[in-house]
Ligand binder design. Sequence first.
Ligand code: EPZ
Length: 427
Amino acid sequence: MDKIVIEGGKRLSGTIPVSGAKNAALTLLPCALLTDEPLTLRNLPRLADIDGFQHLMNQFGISTAIAGSRPEDFGRVMTLQATRITSSVAPYDLVRKMRASILVLGPMLARMGEATVSLPGGCAIGNRPIDLHLKVLEALGAQIEMAAGYVRAIAPDGGLPGGRFSFPVVSVGATENALMAAVLCTGTSTLHNAAREPEIVDLCNLLVAMGAQIEGIGTSDLTIHGVPRLHGATYMVMPDRIEAGSYACAAAITGGEVTLKGARIEDMEATVQALRDAGVTVEPRSDGLYVAAEGKLRPVTLSTAPFPGFATDMQAQLMALLCKAEGSSVLTETIFENRYMHVPELNRMGARIETKGRTAIVHGVDVLHGAEVMATDLRASMSLVIAGLAAQGETRVHRLYHLDRGYERLEEKLALLGAQIERIGGD
Ligand code: EPZ
């Protein structure tokens, strides 16, 4: 398996492009199921999860074509067309590799009147139930059956009527499944306490471009007036706010600076505020976001929360940065029950982090030491890379497949900023 080798201590400086958002792309791709016309998505990141989703769509008989792009280009253009759907089953061997496959449930149900998806199971950061996905689809009129590790959703004859649902917990995925089912309902649906993440807004914008009627976009109260059919569209995937925040932490921990081309400050206000509280300069520029850390880093206390709060997907990366702050930071992870897998590995690099339940106390240290470390999940892996960039000596990050799920050409982007980093194959 590949690993990344980093010689720490190099000050990062320069400009890098921000790729299309993984978590937007993974909910835009299944929208192809909602029409028999072509859907073209631009600025798709080159990521393992996107390739996986393309393969899943092909399983349903959906054609996918990648437009030519030069090797040096970031992002890809993909045209998907669901002229005829030959299967409405998302099999276990695909779903177990990529939990986001659950996002075909709503659109497949809306298009075909039934859908069968393997239960995704848990992952490193938590058991990640899908009860809210099923409850909201039932509220829209679906009949839900569970058997042999699969969930099957069936619409009544004549299609889903639509309905209303108030989410007891904010759920990005359940909101996405609900939206993709509601747009083709025969009636109107209302969702309360819906997720408001920028990726949800991106999904709503695509659905509207395809002819959907949605009110309240960007708020936690959404009203969807069902329409008989949707048409194709061409749509640009939003920039990845988590990737941008990750590279901001990477530049800052080295006392460097970076211009994040394409980053949108309005997508990441809570991350920007946390960086500024830590003493990092962050300024919006015409072409993106400028981030610089000259002076000492200050400790920060915050809790993760649904948007517009501080993103749980940024917790591990900020924690790595705060390992070098002067003083103790207190981070509380309120979204997932096991999202501190990076802590023992950071401590092996000389960090001093104590965890008590959902809270982590990060005592700043003067020096981090390079070490052999093990990636456990996507964002934890990035926090180890960030720490390795500032550590004295060499850091080897193993199990890179985690990183490859969420960071397009990571070592190329960091090398563009002056990092001494390389990917080596084999174990
Ligand atoms: C999405 O996951 C993202 N993944 C995650 O990013 C992100 O961490 C998460 O939203 C929160 O922002 C994609 O978009 C592909 P949730 P999702 O449903 O939709 C509980 C990354 O690193 N819950 O908002 O699965 C759940 O257990 C990944 O890019 C239920 O209880 O997250 C969690 O505690 C990691 N029942 C909370 O809600 C349900 O039916 C939020 O989960 C669904 C969720």
